[in-house]
Ligand binder design. Structure first.
Ligand SMILES: [Zn+2]
Length: 409
């Protein structure tokens, strides 16, 4: 172990502590919406620290930040990227840890005077969470041509302010020519917390991320008849909420027969008219299903389509809202991450991400992969979100070695 270059725990700790103050929500976490006052404070701290180390910083038209340390040759960049924004009452690790470990890798390389041929860039994505201005992964979506920029600039926060206005006010909007692109960049790495319980339960230090699971997102509607809750005998009712409950039960019973890695969720429900003395006439609920194998997703679609069209005398409809295919990360990079976890003697396992990340869009443009570190009790998108500094450091070390390996290519 002595001969292998490692990152610095004290610096890592200090960085996590410092950034946790920007948007401190008071219960161990943060609320740091993209381009908010708190996010701008985090950005200037990033700028200050990267400039001190000798980085040159540019931004693109979406205010994504690129802090670059020159290489000895004129070659494409290796980029470590993640986001500094959070959800409301989010934690100190989702997103920001990918930036902080990128900064630590850069600092280790600079301080230890490690020669590198390629420029090394630490990147901050704008508005990954889409908390104030939806959708999530806005900038990577625009850069990879998934989202229309004009539509995104018109995205409004609850007060009616547009993302375009926030972008202008931030002072961080730069040149479109600076965008991440497959010509000037050779690989992108994103370190992230797992945001689930698997690594901790399996007692693994590092998740070698193979890709991001595919998913389908449906809205399911049941149509009944509103009548008086006191005067309508049960046998005359067409209760849309009862039908929705039975429809959901049907889906769970049938989907439980499929692969054990399949996950599915109803997280949103609208009940009309939502009055305690009135039988509901309309229920509209979300249905989100995810699995890495497209064949399993096809079976999910079959189950949803096989749902009876009438339940409890109510019409039932299922409409696909959107779907995303499974993303597979670059095999060579995935293998490098695994090799380097083993090099440091860190326990590791291959894993798919159940959550979306900017890296999944970037993967369509240039070789990309991710490194996961464990989330305590699997918690994420909440203030108790936690990853020990030891685990953060292990992730940073794997990231460091992977950057240096790519540099040799
Ligand atoms: Zn994230």
């Amino acid at each position: 172990m002595k001969d292998i270059l490692t990152c610095d725990k004290r610096r890592m700790e200090d960085r996590i502590f410092t950034f946790s103050k920007f948007g401190d929500a008071g219960n161990g976490g943060i609320t740091r919406f993209s381009l908010s006052e708190a996010a701008l404070q985090a950005r200037s701290e990033f700028t200050k620290r990267m400039k001190t180390l000798g980085a040159e910083i540019v931004t693109d038209d979406m205010a994504n930040m690129y802090a670059t340390f020159k290489g000895t040759e004129n070659l494409p960049h290796i980029v470590m990227a993640s986001h500094l924004d959070s959800v409301r009452n989010g934690g100190n690790y989702d997103g920001v840890l990918g930036v902080l470990t990128g900064m630590e890798v850069a600092e280790t390389i600079v301080k230890e005077k490690v020669p590198h041929r390629h420029p090394i860039t630490v990147m901050v994505w704008t508005n990954e969470e889409g908390s104030l201005y939806p959708p999530a992964m806005m900038s990577s979506g625009i850069i990879t041509g998934k989202f229309d920029k004009a539509t995104m600039l018109a995205s409004k926060n609850p007060d009616g302010k547009t993302f375009g206005e926030a972008l202008k006010e931030s002072g961080y909007a730069g040149d479109e020519a600076n965008r991440l692109n497959p010509k000037d960049y050779m690989a992108m790495l994103e370190l992230h917390i797992e945001q689930g319980p698997v690594l901790e339960a399996e007692k693994k230090d590092i998740g070698v991320v193979e890709g991001v699971v595919g998913m389908v997102n449906y809205r399911i509607r049941t149509y009944g008849q509103s009548d008086h809750a006191g005067t309508t005998p049960m046998k005359y009712r067409r209760d849309a909420l009862l039908a929705a409950a039975d429809a959901l039960k049907y889906l769970h019973t049938e989907l439980d027969k499929l692969d054990s890695e399949l996950v599915y969720t109803t997280g949103e429900i609208v009940c009309h008219p939502c009055v305690h003395t009135v039988i509901p006439d309309l229920v509209d609920f979300s249905f989100d299903a995810r699995h890495k194998d497209p064949e399993v997703i096809k079976q999910v679609v079959k189950v949803i389509e096989s749902m009876p069209k009438e339940i409890d005398k109510c019409k039932v409809e299922a409409a696909l809202q959107w779907a995303r295919n499974t993303i597979t990360y670059d095999t060579e990079l995935v293998n490098l991450v695994e090799k380097n976890a083993n090099l440091y003697g860190y326990s590791n396992m291959r894993i798919y991400s159940g959550a979306g990340h900017d890296a999944q869009f970037a993967a369509e443009m240039l070789p990309t992969t991710m490194i996961f570190v464990p989330s305590k009790d699997g918690h994420s998108h909440c203030e108790p979100e936690f990853t020990s500094v030891e685990n953060c450091l292990k992730g940073a070390n794997v990231l460091l070695q992977t950057v240096l390996d790519i540099d040799k290519k």
